[in-house]
Design a binder for this molecule. Structure first.
Ligand SMILES: *Cc1c(COP(=O)(O)O)cnc(C)c1O
Length: 355
């Protein structure tokens, strides 16, 4: 389950007041819209958009990398990174449920002739260094050339500890591979780990991060890394049709988000913990929570009944008729909204069959 699970959204007068499907649903607030309105603009394909240049320089510096590139989406961030790291007939080793392997329409294989070698993801969201080492191919004309390891943090909301990232990265490096981090929720990871941004980014060669999830911009992701790699990624961005012109309107939203919406991610994590605690107390089923996400597998297969009840309370949740329901906390859910959510849930589990 991810940001593609499309529980249909009711529109019009029945529109939900609280959307828990994903942190991608956040809308730019007044301050962000004002920053977009006031942004200084130029043509970014000419390298002349001051707002884009400012955002790229700021993120490169914050993450301790040479350079950065604004792209349209997290998918494009990962794709340009993989194309820049790997040539045709080369492979990236990634976790089986990682976004790059599972939710990007295998763009790197389709467009770049890159093989995706998947290995199981460990319970903490990391990749085992032994499994990585075991998958690196020998120099043999029967096989692809192993070039890159792709890590992900956070993964399904789990903030993977720095030492686990370091172990995976070391296994990659000692076999001569580079390391890309899909940090769509990079700042959620850093917030939960309580570390400096560079403590995480220093462990890998390239990082892609999303501005449009918890940070709340309408669109945009940024890839950071060494200058030669970012220059190659820039060419691929153009090739993919991702060369945007006055994209400073998006960069300005990103700059605003970096200033106003990073520290507040801790509030989303606290609210997620509160929702999880309440669900556990109510005996709702199996509950797992990390950073801004709660996964609830309702007892007695009550998925559809739970979803319908919550919809009646103006709350839309993700997931299918079986398995876990995903509840994602974000900037557009404040404390009064959380009270609605908690009241609706308590009411359901106090009165549903089996009690
Ligand atoms: C959302 C997400 C992406 C892709 O971002 P889009 O902007 O939706 O293309 C990549 N990786 C992870 C882990 C994500 O959660």
């Amino acid at each position: 389950m991810s940001d593609h699970t499309s529980t249909p959204l009711v529109t019009g007068s029945n529109a939900p007041r609280v959307d828990l499907r994903s942190d991608t649903v956040t809308k730019p607030d007044e301050g962000m819209r004002r920053a977009m309105y006031e942004a200084e603009l130029g043509d970014d394909v000419y390298g002349e958009d001051p707002s884009v240049n400012c955002l790229e320089d700021m993120l490169a510096e914050r993450l301790g990398k040479d350079a950065a590139l604004l792209v349209s989406s997290g998918t494009m961030g990962n794709l340009t990174a993989l194309l820049a790291h790997c040539g045709r007939g080369e492979e990236v080793i990634v976790g089986r449920g990682y976004h790059v392997a599972a939710y990007e329409a295998v763009g790197s294989s389709v467009l770049g002739g890159i093989a995706i070698c998947t290995i199981p993801v460990e319970a903490d969201g990391s990749l085992s260094p032994d499994r990585i080492s075991a998958e690196v191919k020998p120099d043999d004309s029967h096989m692809p050339v192993s070039r890159l390891v792709g890590l992900e943090n956070t993964h399904n909301g789990m903030a993977v500890p720095l030492d686990r990232i370091a172990e995976s990265a070391n296994a990659a490096r000692s076999a001569g591979l580079s390391v890309h981090l899909d940090g769509a929720r990079f700042f959620n990871a850093v917030t939960a780990l309580g570390c400096a941004e560079q403590d995480l980014s220093d462990l890998v060669d390239t990082v892609s991060l999303c501005l449009s999830k918890g940070l709340g911009t309408p669109a945009g992701s940024v890839l950071t890394g060494p200058s030669d790699l970012i220059e190659r990624a820039r060419r691929y961005r153009k090739m993919l049709g991702g060369g945007m012109r006055q994209s400073g309107v998006l960069a300005a939203a990103g700059l605003y988000a970096l200033e106003h919406n990073v520290e507040r991610l801790a509030e989303d994590h606290l609210r997620a913990a509160r929702v999880a605690a309440m669900l556990e107390e109510a005996g709702a089923g199996t509950v797992e929570q990390s950073t801004n996400m709660v996964f609830l597998t309702p007892r007695d297969g009550l998925n559809d009944a739970f979803r319908a009840h919550m919809a009646g309370c103006g709350v839309v949740v993700g997931g299918g008729s079986a398995g876990a329901i995903r509840l994602v906390l974000h900037k557009d859910i404040d404390d009064p909204a959380i009270e609605d959510v908690l009241a609706g849930m308590l009411d359901f589990f106090a009165h549903c069959p089996g009690h």
